[in-house]
Write a protein that binds this ligand. Sequence first.
Ligand SMILES: [Zn+2]
Length: 376
Amino acid sequence: MQFKDVVGQQEIKQLLLKMAGSGRIAHAMLFLGQTGSGTLPLAVAFAQYLNCENPLADDSCGQCTSCRQYEQLAHPDLHFVVPVNSTDEVKKPRTDDFIAQWRQSFTANPYLTLNDWYQAIGIEKKQGIIAAEESAGITHKLFLKSFTGRYKILIMWHAEKMNAATSNKLLKIIEEPPDDSVFILTTDRYDGILPTILSRTQMVKVPIPDTETLVNFLKTEKNIEVNHARSMARLAGNDISETLQLLRNDNRQEQPEQVFLSWLRMCWNISKDYKKLYSWVEEMARLSRDEQRNFLVFGISTARECLIANLAGPQHARYNEQTFAGFERFSKMITPQNIESFSKTLQEGAFHIERNANAKILFLDLSFRMHHILRM
Ligand SMILES: [Zn+2]
């Protein structure tokens, strides 16, 4: 996550860059602001900047080994503590037990909310907490020598989820911080943090972006028409997480043809944009089993119409002209050579969905298989 990927927040970015430039980094910082203002993306972008091997004046380079590891949240000196709870598989939960899901969730949507996160790990009916068990891990990681000789950074997301025991243990660590360690706590609730911790952290207040910033982001990054973008921003109270949620709902109302077509485009260009694919997979996983199955069944019949169009001419195919603008171009992708594997793959997908397969794994796997079929 580079600064350029964080929506707005120019003043905060300047402040952080200045801090990094001076070399006087506070050992413990608190990013205070609602989730949808971007406290988490800012924390990650700042951490990436601090560990970048060739930092530019206004951003990390995005190219060096460190930056590339940061893009996957897999840098050896970057650590996370986030609220979790027990699941069927994990009885004594710590962040590390969910680190793969955390990386995937953040990569798909850096503006994720607590609810998004709870859903991702299946604890939406409970409350996540940051339990005292985390502190042993924190101490262990931060007192180790840094892997790269730079900063060891720990980002604690939603620090207000610490209970009293955790807060006290964290306080002890912050009072005598390990060399070259940086704690970044993020929270949306000032009163949820122990005053003794507050007094030892440097606070950075992160405001909600203004409407124009958000409209500009929606226009340039999400291709949303300005008036629609403005009403969306208004509806979401300029909260970026909320806006992105509205956008997802919007997209879901897209015609099935378009959803299907844009998926195939993604499969065709799979290596160009993994992030886009991951967020699409996340979205599909949120749908009900029926909707997921219908999507694939619809794909099978679409493929058949495509083949007819391809062999006998588009006038013989049944499709909705108004909504399926890309049909003719798309139909050329389906040939007598690939129709069988195409339909069989989708059929198998539908079969596994009915038998409760893990939707994320299934749609990811399907996407790669589609790529091979289309490119064959
Ligand atoms: Zn770099």
